[in-house]
Design a protein around this ligand. Structure first.
Ligand code: SAM
Length: 262
């Protein structure tokens, strides 16, 4: 039976997955930042269940897959089982990398910085293990979905009615802070949109993503308060939108920021 840790990891894996062609476009954008380099080694900080890593691993690249959550790493290990030849799994903290200086050609960080209040440590570690001429590849999704936004705001109102404040928007602010830190080091980060696509999502999936706390803004809320808010949210959603199996459009895009060392 799945433990609570792997249950959340499976939910993450299913609800945050990229369509195959999108995953391929992202992989191509990452490898093109390294073109010309023979047998590059990638390190991903906070690899999760591997939605960024697996297409790169399938293309034969050497990959160090690091995460501090054993549940995420376990689901990643199962998914990568058939293509593990050049993969090293590392259960470790991005703020203290168990790797030598200048040992990898690319460090990938997707949806990670906002989870680390002391992100400068992880950034310093990333730059330490990069070889001269190596690249830091930071990626993030942008999601626009009015229905989902309204659901999340209703959840927030129910939580705040219990006296707990919810902070949103940290992800974008943190990306900005990291960019400023890179520029202060004399580096030149360059951002571009890699791909945009549309998905249909069911209300049930949107509720599950909230319930399983897949969004970082939900993660600091005490369990009892979260439970109460979810108990109010399900009937609220049915009242506002009808059947939970109803789908709604989600506009998504993926951005990549590339910073080359030296
Ligand atoms: N990069 C993956 C993706 O885009 O699908 C996963 C993103 S998920 C939002 C963040 C991941 O970072 C989780 O798997 C979490 O366990 C991991 N993480 C959080 N803090 C970490 C830390 N200090 N060191 C290593 N991994 C960390």
């Amino acid at each position: 039976m799945a433990s609570a840790l792997t249950r959340m990891a499976y939910a993450y894996d299913r609800l945050r997955a990229y369509p195959p062609e999108v995953a391929g476009r992202i992989a191509t954008a990452m490898t093109s930042a390294l073109s010309g380099r023979e047998d590059p080694v990638f390190l991903e900080l906070g690899v999760g269940t591997g939605r960024i890593a697996l297409p790169l691993i399938a293309r034969g690249y050497a990959y160090v897959a690091l995460d501090k959550d054993p549940g995420m790493l376990e689901v990643f290990r199962q998914k990568a089982a058939g293509v593990m030849r050049k993969v090293r799994l590392l259960l470790a903290d991005a703020r203290a990398l168990p790797l030598p200086d200048e040992s990898v050609h690319a460090v990938i960080a997707v949806h990670l910085w906002h989870l680390l209040p002391d992100w400068p440590k992880a950034l310093a570690e990333a730059l330490r293990v990069l070889k001269p001429g190596g690249v830091l590849l930071e990626g993030w999704d942008r999601v626009e979905a009015e229905v989902e936004w309204r659901l999340q705001e209703a959840w927030r109102a129910f939580v705040e009615a219990e006296g707990v404040r919810v902070e949103r928007g940290l992800h974008q602010r943190r990306l900005q802070e990291v960019e400023e830190a890179l520029k202060r080091l004399g580096l030149k980060p360059k951002t571009r949109q890699v791909v945009a696509w549309k998905e249909e999502r069911s209300l049930r999936d949107a509720l599950e993503a909230l319930e399983e706390r897949l969004y970082s803004f939900t993660q600091g809320v005490p369990e009892e308060v979260h439970r109460k808010a979810m108990d109010r949210l399900y009937p609220w959603a049915e009242e506002a939108f009808g059947s939970l199996d109803r789908t709604f459009p989600v506009q998504k895009s993926f951005f990549l920021r590339t910073t080359r060392l030296g």
